[in-house]
Ligand binder design. Sequence first.
Ligand SMILES: [Zn+2]
Length: 525
Amino acid sequence: MSYTALYRKFRPAVFEDVKGQDHIVSTLKNQIKTGRIGHAYLFCGTRGTGKTTIAKIFAKSVNCENPVEGSPCGECPSCKAIADGASMNVIEIDAASNNGVDNIREIIEEVAYSPVDGKYKVYIIDEVHMLSAGAFNALLKTLEEPPKYVIFILATTEVQKIPITVLSRCQRYDFKRISIETIADRLKELTTIEKADVEDKALKYIAKTADGSMRDALSLLDQCLAFHYGEALTYEMALNVLGSVDVTVFSQMLRLIIEDNIIGCIELLEKIVMQGRELTNFVTDFTWYLRNLMLLKSFDSADESAQDALEMSKEHFERLKEEAQMVDINTIFRYISVFSELSNKMKYSSQKRILLEMTLIKVCRPQMEIDTESILERVRVLEKKLESGDFVVSAQPAAAQAPVAQAPKKNVKPAAEAALPEDIDKIATGWKSLCQMVDGLMKPAMLKAERYMGPDGKLIINAATALDEKLLSQEDHQVALDEIFTQFTGKKVPFIVKGPADTAIFDSGDLVELQSRLGMSVEIE
Ligand SMILES: [Zn+2]
Protein backbone atom coordinates (compact mmCIF):
# COMPACT_ATOMS: atom_id res chain seq x y z
CA MET A 1 0.00 0.00 0.00
CA SER A 2 1.42 3.36 -0.95
CA TYR A 3 1.86 5.99 1.69
CA THR A 4 -0.45 8.99 1.61
CA ALA A 5 0.82 12.21 3.10
CA LEU A 6 -1.14 13.14 6.21
CA TYR A 7 -2.32 16.44 4.83
CA ARG A 8 -3.86 14.68 1.81
CA LYS A 9 -5.26 11.83 3.81
CA PHE A 10 -6.89 14.13 6.34
CA ARG A 11 -7.93 16.94 4.07
CA PRO A 12 -11.31 17.99 5.48
CA ALA A 13 -14.21 16.79 3.37
CA VAL A 14 -16.90 18.66 5.28
CA PHE A 15 -17.03 22.11 6.84
CA GLU A 16 -17.12 20.62 10.33
CA ASP A 17 -13.58 19.29 9.91
CA VAL A 18 -12.10 22.64 8.96
CA LYS A 19 -10.21 24.06 11.92
CA GLY A 20 -9.51 27.62 12.88
CA GLN A 21 -11.63 29.49 10.31
CA ASP A 22 -14.97 29.38 12.10
CA HIS A 23 -16.13 32.83 10.99
CA ILE A 24 -15.69 31.95 7.31
CA VAL A 25 -17.20 28.49 7.60
CA SER A 26 -20.33 29.70 9.33
CA THR A 27 -20.89 32.52 6.81
CA LEU A 28 -20.52 30.17 3.85
CA LYS A 29 -22.78 27.52 5.41
CA ASN A 30 -25.45 30.14 5.97
CA GLN A 31 -25.25 31.23 2.37
CA ILE A 32 -25.79 27.66 1.23
CA LYS A 33 -28.65 27.04 3.65
CA THR A 34 -30.44 30.22 2.57
CA GLY A 35 -29.55 29.89 -1.09
CA ARG A 36 -27.89 33.34 -1.17
CA ILE A 37 -24.82 32.26 -3.03
CA GLY A 38 -22.44 34.83 -4.47
CA HIS A 39 -20.72 34.58 -7.81
CA ALA A 40 -17.25 35.78 -7.01
CA TYR A 41 -15.30 35.06 -3.86
CA LEU A 42 -11.81 36.10 -2.89
CA PHE A 43 -10.06 33.97 -0.27
CA CYS A 44 -6.94 35.65 1.14
CA GLY A 45 -4.46 34.46 3.72
CA THR A 46 -1.11 32.82 4.33
CA ARG A 47 -0.29 29.38 3.02
CA GLY A 48 -1.85 26.31 4.53
CA THR A 49 -4.73 28.07 6.24
CA GLY A 50 -7.43 26.19 4.33
CA LYS A 51 -8.31 28.41 1.37
CA THR A 52 -8.48 25.72 -1.34
CA THR A 53 -9.84 23.18 1.12
CA ILE A 54 -12.79 25.42 1.93
CA ALA A 55 -13.20 26.31 -1.76
CA LYS A 56 -13.58 22.61 -2.61
CA ILE A 57 -16.03 21.90 0.18
CA PHE A 58 -18.02 24.91 -0.93
CA ALA A 59 -17.99 23.62 -4.54
CA LYS A 60 -19.31 20.26 -3.31
CA SER A 61 -21.97 21.84 -1.15
CA VAL A 62 -23.47 24.00 -3.87
CA ASN A 63 -23.80 20.98 -6.15
CA CYS A 64 -24.78 18.44 -3.47
CA GLU A 65 -28.15 16.79 -3.83
CA ASN A 66 -28.68 16.45 -0.10
CA PRO A 67 -26.58 19.01 1.75
CA VAL A 68 -26.63 18.64 5.53
CA GLU A 69 -26.62 21.95 7.40
CA GLY A 70 -24.76 23.52 4.49
CA SER A 71 -22.14 20.78 4.33
CA PRO A 72 -21.93 18.30 1.42
CA CYS A 73 -23.40 14.84 2.05
CA GLY A 74 -20.40 13.08 0.54
CA GLU A 75 -22.67 10.28 -0.74
CA CYS A 76 -24.50 11.64 -3.80
CA PRO A 77 -23.02 11.19 -7.31
CA SER A 78 -22.00 14.84 -7.49
CA CYS A 79 -20.13 14.73 -4.15
CA LYS A 80 -18.42 11.51 -5.17
CA ALA A 81 -17.43 12.82 -8.59
CA ILE A 82 -15.92 15.97 -7.11
CA ALA A 83 -14.09 13.98 -4.43
CA ASP A 84 -12.59 11.78 -7.17
CA GLY A 85 -11.62 14.78 -9.24
CA ALA A 86 -13.89 13.48 -12.01
CA SER A 87 -16.51 16.22 -11.97
CA MET A 88 -16.77 18.64 -14.89
CA ASN A 89 -18.32 21.18 -12.55
CA VAL A 90 -15.28 21.99 -10.47
CA ILE A 91 -12.41 23.47 -12.42
CA GLU A 92 -9.16 24.17 -10.59
CA ILE A 93 -6.66 26.51 -12.17
CA ASP A 94 -3.22 27.27 -10.85
CA ALA A 95 -2.57 30.85 -11.88
CA ALA A 96 1.12 30.47 -11.13
CA SER A 97 1.52 28.38 -14.27
CA ASN A 98 -1.50 29.62 -16.26
CA ASN A 99 -1.19 33.35 -15.92
CA GLY A 100 -1.61 34.61 -19.48
CA VAL A 101 -4.50 36.24 -21.32
CA ASP A 102 -5.00 33.08 -23.40
CA ASN A 103 -5.49 30.93 -20.32
CA ILE A 104 -8.22 33.26 -19.10
CA ARG A 105 -9.85 33.45 -22.56
CA GLU A 106 -10.16 29.66 -22.54
CA ILE A 107 -11.97 29.85 -19.23
CA ILE A 108 -14.27 32.60 -20.44
CA GLU A 109 -15.24 30.63 -23.53
CA GLU A 110 -16.00 27.60 -21.42
CA VAL A 111 -18.03 29.63 -18.96
CA ALA A 112 -20.61 30.14 -21.68
CA TYR A 113 -21.70 26.49 -21.50
CA SER A 114 -24.05 25.60 -18.69
CA PRO A 115 -23.28 22.52 -16.58
CA VAL A 116 -24.39 19.17 -18.00
CA ASP A 117 -25.48 17.97 -14.60
CA GLY A 118 -25.47 19.69 -11.23
CA LYS A 119 -26.31 23.29 -10.51
CA TYR A 120 -23.04 25.20 -10.57
CA LYS A 121 -19.74 25.32 -12.36
CA VAL A 122 -17.15 26.39 -9.82
CA TYR A 123 -13.84 27.86 -10.99
CA ILE A 124 -11.17 27.84 -8.32
CA ILE A 125 -8.25 30.02 -9.37
CA ASP A 126 -5.36 29.51 -6.95
CA GLU A 127 -2.51 32.02 -6.53
CA VAL A 128 -4.63 34.46 -8.50
CA HIS A 129 -2.20 37.33 -7.85
CA MET A 130 0.12 35.70 -10.40
CA LEU A 131 -2.18 36.60 -13.31
CA SER A 132 -0.79 39.11 -15.75
CA ALA A 133 -2.41 42.53 -16.03
CA GLY A 134 -3.93 41.48 -19.35
CA ALA A 135 -5.32 38.30 -17.83
CA PHE A 136 -6.93 40.25 -15.00
CA ASN A 137 -8.55 42.55 -17.55
CA ALA A 138 -9.85 39.63 -19.56
CA LEU A 139 -11.35 38.18 -16.37
CA LEU A 140 -13.01 41.41 -15.27
CA LYS A 141 -16.07 41.40 -17.49
CA THR A 142 -16.95 37.81 -16.66
CA LEU A 143 -16.48 38.51 -12.97
CA GLU A 144 -18.87 41.42 -13.25
CA GLU A 145 -21.71 39.55 -14.92
CA PRO A 146 -21.11 35.83 -14.79
CA PRO A 147 -23.86 33.43 -15.91
CA LYS A 148 -25.96 32.49 -12.89
CA TYR A 149 -24.59 28.94 -12.85
CA VAL A 150 -20.97 30.10 -12.44
CA ILE A 151 -19.05 30.72 -9.22
CA PHE A 152 -15.52 32.04 -9.16
CA ILE A 153 -13.37 31.43 -6.11
CA LEU A 154 -10.11 33.30 -6.30
CA ALA A 155 -7.47 32.35 -3.74
CA THR A 156 -4.34 34.31 -2.95
CA THR A 157 -1.57 34.66 -0.43
CA GLU A 158 -0.83 38.20 -1.61
CA VAL A 159 -4.00 40.23 -1.66
CA GLN A 160 -2.12 43.51 -2.10
CA LYS A 161 -1.27 42.41 -5.65
CA ILE A 162 -4.91 42.07 -6.68
CA PRO A 163 -6.21 44.99 -8.77
CA ILE A 164 -8.84 47.07 -7.04
CA THR A 165 -11.24 46.45 -9.96
CA VAL A 166 -11.14 42.74 -9.15
CA LEU A 167 -11.34 43.27 -5.38
CA SER A 168 -14.48 45.36 -5.74
CA ARG A 169 -16.27 42.56 -7.58
CA CYS A 170 -15.63 39.82 -5.03
CA GLN A 171 -16.84 38.88 -1.58
CA ARG A 172 -13.63 38.92 0.37
CA TYR A 173 -12.73 36.45 3.13
CA ASP A 174 -9.57 36.81 5.17
CA PHE A 175 -8.20 33.52 6.43
CA LYS A 176 -6.46 33.75 9.79
CA ARG A 177 -3.30 32.01 10.80
CA ILE A 178 -4.44 29.04 12.83
CA SER A 179 -3.60 29.14 16.53
CA ILE A 180 -1.07 26.77 18.04
CA GLU A 181 -3.76 25.22 20.28
CA THR A 182 -6.09 24.56 17.35
CA ILE A 183 -3.31 22.96 15.33
CA ALA A 184 -2.06 20.90 18.28
CA ASP A 185 -5.60 19.65 18.99
CA ARG A 186 -6.06 18.63 15.39
CA LEU A 187 -2.70 16.84 15.36
CA LYS A 188 -3.73 15.02 18.51
CA GLU A 189 -6.96 13.89 16.84
CA LEU A 190 -5.15 12.63 13.77
CA THR A 191 -2.37 10.81 15.61
CA THR A 192 -5.03 9.06 17.67
CA ILE A 193 -6.77 7.91 14.49
CA GLU A 194 -3.42 6.87 13.00
CA LYS A 195 -2.50 5.09 16.25
CA ALA A 196 0.78 6.95 16.24
CA ASP A 197 2.33 7.35 19.66
CA VAL A 198 3.36 10.99 19.94
CA GLU A 199 4.14 12.96 23.07
CA ASP A 200 1.84 15.99 23.57
CA LYS A 201 4.83 18.23 23.99
CA ALA A 202 6.11 17.14 20.59
CA LEU A 203 2.76 17.98 19.00
CA LYS A 204 2.80 21.39 20.57
CA TYR A 205 6.30 22.02 19.28
CA ILE A 206 5.31 20.95 15.77
CA ALA A 207 2.23 23.17 15.93
CA LYS A 208 4.39 26.10 16.94
CA THR A 209 6.94 25.49 14.21
CA ALA A 210 4.17 25.38 11.59
CA ASP A 211 3.53 29.07 12.25
CA GLY A 212 -0.22 29.14 11.66
CA SER A 213 -0.33 26.73 8.73
CA MET A 214 -2.23 23.48 9.21
CA ARG A 215 -0.77 22.04 6.03
CA ASP A 216 2.78 22.74 7.21
CA ALA A 217 1.97 21.22 10.59
CA LEU A 218 0.84 17.99 8.98
CA SER A 219 3.89 17.88 6.72
CA LEU A 220 6.18 18.45 9.69
CA LEU A 221 4.43 15.71 11.65
CA ASP A 222 4.87 13.43 8.63
CA GLN A 223 8.55 14.27 8.56
CA CYS A 224 9.01 13.46 12.25
CA LEU A 225 7.06 10.21 12.02
CA ALA A 226 9.01 9.11 8.95
CA PHE A 227 12.30 9.87 10.66
CA HIS A 228 11.44 7.75 13.66
CA TYR A 229 9.28 5.20 11.93
CA GLY A 230 7.59 2.76 14.28
CA GLU A 231 8.89 4.48 17.41
CA ALA A 232 7.04 6.62 19.89
CA LEU A 233 7.78 10.21 18.89
CA THR A 234 9.11 12.24 21.80
CA TYR A 235 9.67 15.95 22.19
CA GLU A 236 13.42 15.38 22.02
CA MET A 237 13.08 13.58 18.70
CA ALA A 238 10.88 16.31 17.24
CA LEU A 239 13.44 18.89 18.30
CA ASN A 240 16.20 16.94 16.65
CA VAL A 241 14.32 16.47 13.41
CA LEU A 242 12.89 19.99 13.11
CA GLY A 243 15.40 22.06 15.02
CA SER A 244 17.50 22.12 11.92
CA VAL A 245 19.51 25.14 13.05
CA ASP A 246 22.68 23.70 14.42
CA VAL A 247 23.37 25.63 17.59
CA THR A 248 26.77 24.03 18.09
CA VAL A 249 28.43 26.75 16.06
CA PHE A 250 26.81 29.46 18.21
CA SER A 251 28.05 27.75 21.31
CA GLN A 252 31.57 27.59 19.87
CA MET A 253 31.50 31.26 18.93
CA LEU A 254 30.20 32.29 22.33
CA ARG A 255 32.91 30.35 24.15
CA LEU A 256 35.63 31.91 21.98
CA ILE A 257 34.25 35.36 22.74
CA ILE A 258 34.14 34.62 26.45
CA GLU A 259 37.81 33.57 26.24
CA ASP A 260 38.58 36.79 24.34
CA ASN A 261 40.07 34.55 21.68
CA ILE A 262 40.09 36.87 18.67
CA ILE A 263 42.07 34.54 16.42
CA GLY A 264 39.72 31.68 17.25
CA CYS A 265 36.68 33.84 16.46
CA ILE A 266 38.10 34.96 13.13
CA GLU A 267 39.02 31.39 12.21
CA LEU A 268 35.56 30.11 13.10
CA LEU A 269 34.04 32.91 11.05
CA GLU A 270 36.20 31.83 8.12
CA LYS A 271 34.74 28.31 8.45
CA ILE A 272 31.22 29.71 8.61
CA VAL A 273 31.83 31.74 5.46
CA MET A 274 33.30 28.68 3.72
CA GLN A 275 30.15 26.72 4.56
CA GLY A 276 28.30 29.32 2.55
CA ARG A 277 26.29 30.53 5.49
CA GLU A 278 24.49 33.83 5.08
CA LEU A 279 26.13 36.17 7.58
CA THR A 280 23.08 38.34 8.30
CA ASN A 281 21.11 35.25 9.27
CA PHE A 282 24.02 33.97 11.28
CA VAL A 283 24.11 37.17 13.33
CA THR A 284 20.33 37.14 13.85
CA ASP A 285 20.42 33.53 15.01
CA PHE A 286 23.43 34.15 17.21
CA THR A 287 21.64 37.08 18.86
CA TRP A 288 18.73 34.74 19.51
CA TYR A 289 21.15 32.27 21.08
CA LEU A 290 22.43 35.04 23.35
CA ARG A 291 18.83 35.88 24.20
CA ASN A 292 18.33 32.28 25.35
CA LEU A 293 21.46 32.57 27.43
CA MET A 294 20.12 35.77 28.98
CA LEU A 295 16.78 34.14 29.85
CA LEU A 296 18.46 31.11 31.31
CA LYS A 297 20.68 33.35 33.39
CA SER A 298 17.63 35.22 34.71
CA PHE A 299 15.60 32.13 35.60
CA ASP A 300 15.59 31.23 39.24
CA SER A 301 16.38 27.64 38.55
CA ALA A 302 17.69 25.98 35.45
CA ASP A 303 15.30 23.05 35.57
CA GLU A 304 13.07 21.29 33.12
CA SER A 305 10.58 24.14 32.87
CA ALA A 306 13.40 26.42 31.76
CA GLN A 307 14.31 23.89 29.12
CA ASP A 308 10.72 23.89 27.89
CA ALA A 309 10.59 27.66 27.72
CA LEU A 310 13.73 27.72 25.59
CA GLU A 311 12.67 24.76 23.45
CA MET A 312 16.02 23.12 23.35
CA SER A 313 17.18 19.57 23.31
CA LYS A 314 18.70 18.32 26.53
CA GLU A 315 22.21 18.29 25.09
CA HIS A 316 22.05 21.91 23.94
CA PHE A 317 20.40 22.95 27.15
CA GLU A 318 23.18 21.44 29.24
CA ARG A 319 25.74 23.30 27.19
CA LEU A 320 23.87 26.57 27.53
CA LYS A 321 23.67 26.04 31.28
CA GLU A 322 27.42 25.67 31.40
CA GLU A 323 27.85 28.86 29.41
CA ALA A 324 25.51 30.73 31.74
CA GLN A 325 28.03 29.99 34.50
CA MET A 326 30.85 31.45 32.43
CA VAL A 327 29.56 35.02 31.98
CA ASP A 328 27.79 37.57 34.11
CA ILE A 329 24.48 39.05 33.04
CA ASN A 330 25.87 42.52 32.26
CA THR A 331 28.31 41.04 29.81
CA ILE A 332 25.44 39.19 28.11
CA PHE A 333 23.48 42.46 27.86
CA ARG A 334 26.49 44.05 26.24
CA TYR A 335 26.86 41.19 23.74
CA ILE A 336 23.19 41.36 22.83
CA SER A 337 23.19 45.10 22.29
CA VAL A 338 26.37 44.94 20.20
CA PHE A 339 25.07 42.10 18.02
CA SER A 340 21.58 43.49 17.52
CA GLU A 341 23.09 46.78 16.46
CA LEU A 342 25.29 44.82 14.10
CA SER A 343 22.39 43.02 12.47
CA ASN A 344 20.78 46.38 11.67
CA LYS A 345 23.98 47.68 10.17
CA MET A 346 24.57 44.53 8.17
CA LYS A 347 21.28 44.83 6.32
CA TYR A 348 22.56 47.87 4.45
CA SER A 349 26.20 46.97 4.13
CA SER A 350 28.10 45.31 1.35
CA GLN A 351 30.96 44.62 3.75
CA LYS A 352 29.11 42.23 6.02
CA ARG A 353 32.12 40.14 6.83
CA ILE A 354 34.32 43.06 7.86
CA LEU A 355 31.56 44.45 10.04
CA LEU A 356 31.19 41.10 11.74
CA GLU A 357 34.93 40.76 12.21
CA MET A 358 35.12 44.22 13.73
CA THR A 359 32.30 43.38 16.09
CA LEU A 360 33.91 40.14 17.17
CA ILE A 361 37.13 42.00 17.90
CA LYS A 362 35.20 44.66 19.80
CA VAL A 363 33.36 42.24 22.05
CA CYS A 364 36.61 40.43 22.77
CA ARG A 365 38.28 43.74 23.68
CA PRO A 366 35.99 45.74 25.93
CA GLN A 367 38.86 48.15 26.61
CA MET A 368 38.62 49.30 23.00
CA GLU A 369 35.07 50.49 23.34
CA ILE A 370 34.35 54.17 23.71
CA ASP A 371 30.93 54.01 25.33
CA THR A 372 30.44 55.86 28.59
CA GLU A 373 30.59 52.71 30.69
CA SER A 374 33.96 51.69 29.37
CA ILE A 375 35.43 55.18 29.54
CA LEU A 376 34.22 55.72 33.11
CA GLU A 377 35.87 52.47 34.01
CA ARG A 378 39.12 53.62 32.47
CA VAL A 379 38.97 57.00 34.23
CA ARG A 380 38.44 55.23 37.55
CA VAL A 381 41.58 53.17 36.95
CA LEU A 382 43.63 56.24 36.09
CA GLU A 383 42.41 58.12 39.17
CA LYS A 384 43.34 55.23 41.36
CA LYS A 385 46.78 55.10 39.84
CA LEU A 386 47.23 58.86 40.35
CA GLU A 387 46.28 58.60 44.01
CA SER A 388 48.61 55.75 44.71
CA GLY A 389 51.43 57.24 42.63
CA ASP A 390 51.72 53.82 41.08
CA PHE A 391 53.37 54.73 37.80
CA VAL A 392 55.77 52.62 35.88
CA VAL A 393 57.90 54.48 33.40
CA SER A 394 58.49 52.29 30.44
CA ALA A 395 62.00 51.92 29.13
CA GLN A 396 60.72 51.31 25.65
CA PRO A 397 60.38 54.09 23.09
CA ALA A 398 57.16 55.98 23.68
CA ALA A 399 55.86 55.44 20.19
CA ALA A 400 56.02 51.70 20.54
CA GLN A 401 53.88 51.56 23.66
CA ALA A 402 50.45 50.17 23.66
CA PRO A 403 48.19 53.22 23.73
CA VAL A 404 45.26 51.38 25.23
CA ALA A 405 44.63 51.79 28.92
CA GLN A 406 43.54 48.67 30.60
CA ALA A 407 40.34 48.31 32.49
CA PRO A 408 40.46 45.79 35.31
CA LYS A 409 37.46 43.90 34.06
CA LYS A 410 37.04 40.23 34.36
CA ASN A 411 37.85 38.38 31.18
CA VAL A 412 40.19 41.10 29.98
CA LYS A 413 43.53 39.94 28.75
CA PRO A 414 46.56 42.14 29.28
CA ALA A 415 47.17 44.43 26.30
CA ALA A 416 49.56 42.97 23.77
CA GLU A 417 53.27 43.57 24.19
CA ALA A 418 54.85 46.30 22.12
CA ALA A 419 56.25 45.19 18.78
CA LEU A 420 59.97 44.77 18.19
CA PRO A 421 61.76 45.58 14.93
CA GLU A 422 61.62 41.93 13.92
CA ASP A 423 57.85 42.01 14.30
CA ILE A 424 57.63 44.95 11.91
CA ASP A 425 59.87 43.00 9.58
CA LYS A 426 57.58 40.00 9.85
CA ILE A 427 54.66 42.15 8.78
CA ALA A 428 56.56 43.78 5.94
CA THR A 429 57.64 40.42 4.52
CA GLY A 430 54.45 38.55 5.30
CA TRP A 431 52.34 41.32 3.84
CA LYS A 432 50.69 39.28 1.13
CA SER A 433 49.38 36.59 3.44
CA LEU A 434 48.36 39.29 5.87
CA CYS A 435 46.33 40.93 3.10
CA GLN A 436 44.34 37.68 2.84
CA MET A 437 42.96 38.39 6.31
CA VAL A 438 40.99 41.38 5.06
CA ASP A 439 38.41 41.74 2.37
CA GLY A 440 36.47 44.47 0.68
CA LEU A 441 38.18 47.64 -0.53
CA MET A 442 40.91 47.42 2.08
CA LYS A 443 42.47 44.44 0.38
CA PRO A 444 43.45 45.96 -2.98
CA ALA A 445 44.58 49.14 -1.21
CA MET A 446 46.80 47.11 1.10
CA LEU A 447 48.16 44.92 -1.67
CA LYS A 448 49.31 47.98 -3.60
CA ALA A 449 50.88 49.68 -0.61
CA GLU A 450 54.61 49.75 0.21
CA ARG A 451 55.48 48.96 3.80
CA TYR A 452 58.68 49.47 5.74
CA MET A 453 59.93 50.43 9.17
CA GLY A 454 60.10 54.15 9.81
CA PRO A 455 62.96 55.87 11.72
CA ASP A 456 60.99 55.82 14.98
CA GLY A 457 60.35 52.09 14.83
CA LYS A 458 56.80 52.46 13.49
CA LEU A 459 55.47 50.51 10.58
CA ILE A 460 54.94 52.85 7.63
CA ILE A 461 52.20 51.86 5.21
CA ASN A 462 52.75 53.87 2.09
CA ALA A 463 49.49 53.86 0.13
CA ALA A 464 49.81 53.84 -3.66
CA THR A 465 47.20 56.52 -4.25
CA ALA A 466 45.66 59.36 -2.29
CA LEU A 467 42.36 57.50 -2.37
CA ASP A 468 43.95 54.41 -0.85
CA GLU A 469 45.50 56.60 1.80
CA LYS A 470 42.13 58.06 2.68
CA LEU A 471 40.56 54.63 2.80
CA LEU A 472 43.22 53.08 5.01
CA SER A 473 43.12 56.11 7.32
CA GLN A 474 39.42 55.71 8.09
CA GLU A 475 38.87 55.05 11.73
CA ASP A 476 37.24 51.65 11.34
CA HIS A 477 39.94 50.52 8.95
CA GLN A 478 42.63 51.70 11.33
CA VAL A 479 41.02 49.62 14.03
CA ALA A 480 40.91 46.65 11.69
CA LEU A 481 44.57 47.10 10.70
CA ASP A 482 45.59 47.39 14.32
CA GLU A 483 43.81 44.15 15.13
CA ILE A 484 45.21 42.29 12.16
CA PHE A 485 48.75 43.29 13.03
CA THR A 486 48.25 42.21 16.61
CA GLN A 487 46.78 38.97 15.41
CA PHE A 488 49.67 38.43 13.03
CA THR A 489 52.49 39.15 15.45
CA GLY A 490 50.89 38.78 18.85
CA LYS A 491 52.19 42.28 19.59
CA LYS A 492 50.92 45.81 19.56
CA VAL A 493 52.22 47.32 16.34
CA PRO A 494 52.43 51.10 15.96
CA PHE A 495 51.83 52.15 12.39
CA ILE A 496 51.24 55.17 10.20
CA VAL A 497 49.43 55.33 6.91
CA LYS A 498 51.04 57.67 4.42
CA GLY A 499 50.01 58.73 0.97
CA PRO A 500 52.04 58.98 -2.23
CA ALA A 501 52.73 62.66 -1.50
CA ASP A 502 54.35 61.89 1.83
CA THR A 503 57.40 60.12 0.39
CA ALA A 504 58.70 63.36 -1.00
CA ILE A 505 58.03 65.40 2.12
CA PHE A 506 61.64 65.83 3.16
CA ASP A 507 62.93 68.01 0.42
CA SER A 508 65.20 70.79 1.60
CA GLY A 509 62.42 73.43 1.80
CA ASP A 510 60.37 71.24 4.11
CA LEU A 511 63.40 70.54 6.23
CA VAL A 512 64.05 74.23 6.77
CA GLU A 513 60.45 74.80 7.73
CA LEU A 514 60.42 71.83 10.01
CA GLN A 515 63.59 73.07 11.74
CA SER A 516 62.16 76.51 12.26
CA ARG A 517 58.93 75.11 13.68
CA LEU A 518 60.69 72.76 16.03
CA GLY A 519 63.35 75.31 16.95
CA MET A 520 66.00 72.61 16.68
CA SER A 521 68.07 71.02 13.98
CA VAL A 522 66.70 67.95 12.20
CA GLU A 523 68.75 65.31 10.49
CA ILE A 524 67.40 62.82 8.01
CA GLU A 525 68.55 59.32 8.70
ZN1 LIG B 1 -23.80 15.28 -1.84
